[in-house]
Ligand binder design. Structure first.
Ligand code: XMP
Length: 511
């Protein structure tokens, strides 16, 4: 079954992915492509959206694609930079605004008779983020809405299905943003909203059956949401021909290997648990550089996985839980390639020598969609709601070199913290949480004795995708109880601190 598709042309805005997600929340499939790589099969898309951008249309570096295959031929919605772009290059005028327009505003004038504003009334709150402003509309432009500070906040181009808005409908603070996208996509562009999790599952399972036939597939399970949902989809398609491998690298949470393995078996998966803790600890011995630790873990994983995959006779496919944010080609706001901040070993996959064909059933989905697909297949809520956990596990939460004893200490601390969050009903309110073992000993007193022991840091963050994050304001009573429990129960720890840094400038992990 074919679904209507929406093309989002990315000019490098920090909100581009949000546009795609909002569109998909309407059960409409959307794809992001860079502004300078417009797909050649443009007829496959029912409507086009232009994103915002950190650039100015007035600068020499203005991003200036040729839209002649799109303008007046397809329904077009231009957001922020997109709206300025249409104005600036089509007979209008864009100038620096006197004040930088950032934050909430209210629509003070709306042409309510327009289908574009159906169900949206004057006063509706919108989110602005721009420093240029549209002074004059382009040729054939007609004003549709203003705000207190922005005269040309929305316009259309007569004799085209082209609409342009200065504000960001994709940002939650634009209260009627979703309604506006619905008005444009469903009401005006006639897009059919039939891209649901159930439809995705049905079609993906059929595709996988056709693609894989009777071949065998190997998949590395991590205990996380993505690989688990990928496994269940494949299992539906090819049953026992899916061979799952779950490696214990010795850096998982306390008891995680055993309990997650049991869950997988309960789901009917053909899964082999491989305890390679000793091999990983050997590979890490004496290493304290964070990137070298990551690389050592990556190498050890490939070796273990390769050994295990070779035991499966005639396996020809490797399945991966890659998701959409890993494959979106992004437009860099600085013009250059975006810097690799940390080498995430699980991005980029396994090396060629495995000579397996790759299948990635979740490649088109955002994380929240992966969860929805998992839920529609009846997967366990607890598994689907698990916090993200880094591939290198506790190794990047133990600052400095790794020993079995340090892993044991951190597992105990982490278990008290995470179980506490669950008991206090806080776990689902936090995007990710964990504990760090610091390479610091400090003085304490316990009973009459002076101690000189380890310090741990607790970290809990709110985020949508891990790119930016805020620390969570956990209740003092909870922190107090958790700190007491940790110091009383975990031998070797006499001090607990709570990390109150946001990302940026800090990162979520400490290494
Ligand atoms: P940072 O520390 O970069 O983390 O703010 C952002 C998100 O990425 C996870 N993370 C990793 N995941 N391998 C992974 O699979 C890694 O090497 C790695 N480093 C960080 C981190 O847990 C957070 O969710």
């Amino acid at each position: 079954m074919q679904h209507d598709k929406v093309l989002i042309l990315d000019f490098g805005s920090q909100y581009t992915q949000l546009i795609a997600r909002r569109v998909r929340e309407l059960n409409i499939y959307s794809e992001i492509h860079p502004f300078n790589k417009i797909p050649t099969n443009i007829d496959d898309y029912k409507a086009v959206i232009l994103s915002g951008s950190p650039f100015s249309v007035r600068g020499d570096e203005a991003l200036h694609p040729d839209l002649s295959d799109i303008r007046a031929k397809k329904p077009l919605l231009a957001v922020c930079y997109g709206a300025q772009y249409l104005a600036h290059f089509s007979g209008g005028n864009v100038a620096p605004s006197n004040t930088r327009e950032y934050g909430r505003a209210n629509l003070s004038y709306i042409k309510e008779s327009e289908a574009f504003f159906k169900g949206i009334s004057e006063g509706s709150q919108v989110w602005m983020s721009h420093s240029d402003t549209i002074k004059e509309l382009p040729t054939n432009g007609e004003l549709l809405a203003s705000t207190h500070d922005v005269q040309n906040a929305a316009y259309k181009i007569n004799r085209e299905t082209t609409f342009a808005i200065q504000f960001h409908p994709e940002v939650y603070h634009s209260k009627d943003g979703k309604q506006l996208l619905e008005n444009f996509l469903i009401g005006i562009a006639n897009v059919t909203p039939d891209w649901t999790p159930n439809a995705f599952v049905e079609e993906t399972v059929e595709d996988l059956k056709a693609k894989i036939g009777n071949d065998k597939v190997v998949l590395g399970l991590s205990g996380g949401v993505d690989s688990s949902v990928a496994a269940i989809l494949l299992h539906k398609a090819i049953g026992k021909n899916l061979y799952c491998i779950f490696v214990n690298n010795g850096l998982l949470r306390k008891n995680e290997f055993e309990s997650v393995l049991k869950q997988y078996e309960g789901m009917g998966l053909n899964v082999k648990g491989v305890d390679a803790s000793a091999r990983f600890l050997d590979a890490l011995a004496g290493e304290s550089d964070p990137e070298k630790k990551r690389k050592a873990i990556g190498r050890a994983f490939i070796e273990v996985f390769d050994d295990e995959a070779h035991l499966i006779e005639d396996v020809t496919w490797l399945a991966q839980g890659t998701i959409y944010p890993d494959v979106i080609e992004s437009v860099s706001a600085t013009g250059g390639p975006s810097a690799t901040i940390k080498s995430h070993h699980n991005v980029g996959g396994l090396p060629d020598f495995m000579k397996l064909k790759i299948v990635e059933p979740l490649k088109a989905l955002f994380k929240d969609e992966v969860r929805r697909v998992g839920a529609s297949m009846g997967m366990n809520k607890e598994l689907l709601g698990r916090h993200p956990f880094p591939g290198p596990g506790l190794a990047i939460r133990i600052l400095g070199d790794i020993t079995a004893e340090k892993v044991r200490i951190l597992q105990e601390v982490d278990a008290i913290f995470i179980n506490g969050l669950k008991e206090w009903d806080l776990y689902d309110k936090v995007w990710q949480a964990g504990a760090m073992l610091l390479p610091v000993n400090s003085v304490g007193v316990m009973g009459d004795e002076r101690t000189y022991e380890k310090c741990v840091a607790l970290r809990a963050v709110e985020s949508t995708d891990g790119m930016t994050a805020d620390w969570v304001n956990l209740p003092y009573e909870f922190l107090q109880k958790t700190s007491n429990d940790i110091i009383n129960k975990v031998k070797g720890v006499n001090r607990v601190v709570y990390d109150i840094s946001s990302k940026p400038p800090a990162t979520i992990e400490w290494e």
